[in-house]
Each structure stands twice: as structure tokens, then as C-alpha cells.
Design a binder for this molecule. Structure first.
Ligand SMILES: [Zn+2]
Length: 321
């Protein structure tokens, strides 16, 4: 049973909007594009294991995706957590192309791709850390200790995995082997430790304390407000900025008319600047001059606000998760 779905990452949404709203010639564009394609590869890798997870019996396995929990003042992240009454399994999904060799002497993996070699951090160390952090987390929240196992799942079936260390093959697998590995663990850990109500309480607590990372992309990439292109985007052809004509949004490129095109644009505002907006900021961003239209839009979209007059701050209703 899936107890927490994998969301489409907020980080990817933010990078996509940022690329749409800075000039193609901006000095950061290339770097942002590279980061976006890395993030997309990671997300697609994680999604590709869903098929194998769907083969598990739904009654005895609880699956939680994309978690970020706090322990001792620091956050740790888990791609996928499987819970049963007798053990927990942490899955770390890696979408790495080419061939990878585990070097347990220098604790690195060496990726070979297109004739190039690069070193990447050893995911076995990473999962070892996640295991101890999750153990501490369970202890701190008064759950019974259960065996915690970890697996590194290589999501690209074409990736060649090499190692001369036998332990590596116990911990690193291709995605297709996942059902078999989980079934072996299930046979090994047969003694139930948690009751159904314990698992339910654990899932509730995890979901309550899960804190997705939500950094400001403008700060992260040192991009100033002036670099962001204003205007309402056409929902049909993507043209920016479209015009306000007789109560409609009108696209001069594809000639389409829309009453609600500003909503998507306000989502962009939220992803770039956060969920608080004043009338002035709205007018600048959607490029309108009428204060009464700005007020009308804000009152129709936002339910919460604080302050008065020109300094009134409205809260955009878009969910951050
Ligand atoms: Zn258009």
C-alpha cells in the first residue's frame, strides 16, 4: 500500500519556471539547464522502480516516497521507505548511465561514460548513514527497534555494475531484482515486531514530520528580481507576455483567448518568490496597470491576507508539496 506518494519535485518545477522566465542569454541558463536535466534523470529513475514495487502484496507492505526528516538538528532524506511489521527497508535509487565500479578502498564509485571517467560519492556510505539516522529517529519517537536494511537500486537497466567486493552485490542491485530481494528479506525477517496500530502510528508520525526541502531558486542561483521576465504566459502556445484585452487574456501569437491565464502565472510567482504577494507586485508581474483589476484578481484567488491599503499582503493558495 502506498502511504505517501512520490510528488513531482518542487525543485524541478522551480527550475522549469526559472528557465522560462530568464533570458536564453542569461549567464546562468546553461548551468540551470544542466541541473534540471540531472534532477529529471533522478526523478525518472525513482519513478521507474514503481512498477517493481507495485508487484508487492499491498496488505503487508507500506511504501513511503520522498521523505525528509529531522534528527539531532539535521535533516536526512530517503527516496523510498518500505515498512512491514518485521523490518524496514530504505531504497536509494540511482540513475547513473554507462558503467560504474565500486571502489571500497577509496569509498567512491567510478563512472565511465562516453570514454570519460568521473568519481562519484559512494552510495553505500550514504545508505549506511540513512540507516543509522532512521534508527535514531525511531528511537527518539518511541518506536520499537526494528531491523533496518538498505538497498541501492540502479534504475537504468543498461548500467554495468562492477565490483570485486562481494558485499557490494548484497547491497547494490538492478531494479528488476527488487521484488526478489524484498521477498528474500521477507523470508529472513518473519517475526512480527510491530502491530498494525504501531505501523499506522509510525506512518502518521513520519508524514506529519516530513519537511520537503523548498529553497528559493533565486537565492540559490544568485538571480535578481530584475532578471525575471514578467507577464502572463499563454496556456496554449507558451508565449510570454500575452495582452489584456476587453476582460480577456489575448495571445498575439496563437490568437487564443483566456479568462484565467493569470492563474498559471501566479503559480509561477509562488514558485519563484514565495506565496506572499502585494497588489503592486501582482501588477508588475502580470503587467497590468489597473489597481482595481489587481484587487479583483487578488480577492478571487487569495483567501488570506494581512495588513491594509497599499501594504496589504495576500497569501497565494498554491500548495508547496
Ligand atoms: Zn498562444
Amino acid at each position: 500500500m502506498i502511504s505517501k506518494e512520490r510528488p513531482f519535485p518542487i525543485k524541478i518545477q522551480k527550475l522549469q519556471v526559472l528557465l522560462l522566465r530568464i533570458s536564453e542569454n542569461h549567464p546562468k541558463t546553461k548551468f540551470i539547464k544542466e541541473n534540471l536535466s540531472k534532477s529529471l534523470a533522478g526523478y525518472n529513475g525513482e519513478k521507474s522502480i514503481d512498477y517493481y514495487l507495485s508487484l508487492l502484496p499491498t496488505k503487508s507492505f507500506y511504501i513511503l516516497h520522498d521523505l525528509r526528516l529531522l534528527i539531532n538538528g539535521r535533516y536526512f532524506q530517503i527516496d523510498t521507505l518500505l515498512l512491514t511489521s518485521s523490518f524496514a527497508l530504505i531504497l536509494e535509487v540511482k540513475n547513473i548511465a554507462g558503467s560504474i565500479e565500486f571502489d571500497s578502498i577509496f569509498n567512491q564509485i567510478i563512472q565511465k561514460k562516453n570514454g570519460l571517467e568521473i568519481a562519484l560519492p559512494d552510495p553505500i556510505i550514504q545508505t549506511g548513514r540513512q540507516e543509522s539516522q532512521f534508527r535514531l529517529w525511531l528511537h527518539e519517537h518511541h518506536f520499537l527497534p526494528i531491523p533496518i536494511r538498505t538497498l541501492i537500486v540502479i534504475s537504468n537497466p543498461q548500467t554495468i555494475i562492477r565490483s570485486n567486493d562481494k558485499n557490494v552485490s548484497q547491497q547494490v542491485i538492478h531494479a528488476a531484482l527488487l521484488p526478489q530481494k524484498i521477498s528474500q528479506l521477507n523470508d529472513k525477517y518473519q517475526k512480527p515486531i510491530l502491530l498494525d496500530k504501531d505501523i499506522r502510528r509510525m506512518i502518521k508520525q513520519i508524514k506529519k514530520l516530513d519537511t520537503p526541502l523548498n529553497p528559493s531558486v533565486l537565492n540559490q542561483y544568485h538571480i535578481s528580481r530584475e532578471d525575471i521576465i514578467n507577464g502572463v504566459v499563454c496556456e496554449i502556445c507558451g508565449y510570454l507576455p500575452i495582452d489584456r484585452v476587453h476582460g480577456y487574456w489575448y495571445c498575439p501569437t496563437c490568437k487564443s483567448k483566456s479568462k484565467s491565464a493569470h492563474l498559471k502565472t501566479l503559480e509561477h510567482y509562488d514558485l519563484l518568490f514565495g506565496n506572499e504577494i502585494t497588489g503592486r507586485q501582482l501588477k508588475d508581474f502580470i503587467m497590468i496597470s489597473s489597481p482595481s483589476l489587481a484587487t479583483r484578481i487578488l480577492n478571487s484567488v487569495c483567501v488570506e491576507s494581512r495588513g491594509k491599503g497599499k501594504g496589504k499582503v495576500h497569501t497565494l493558495p498554491f500548495k508547496e508539496k
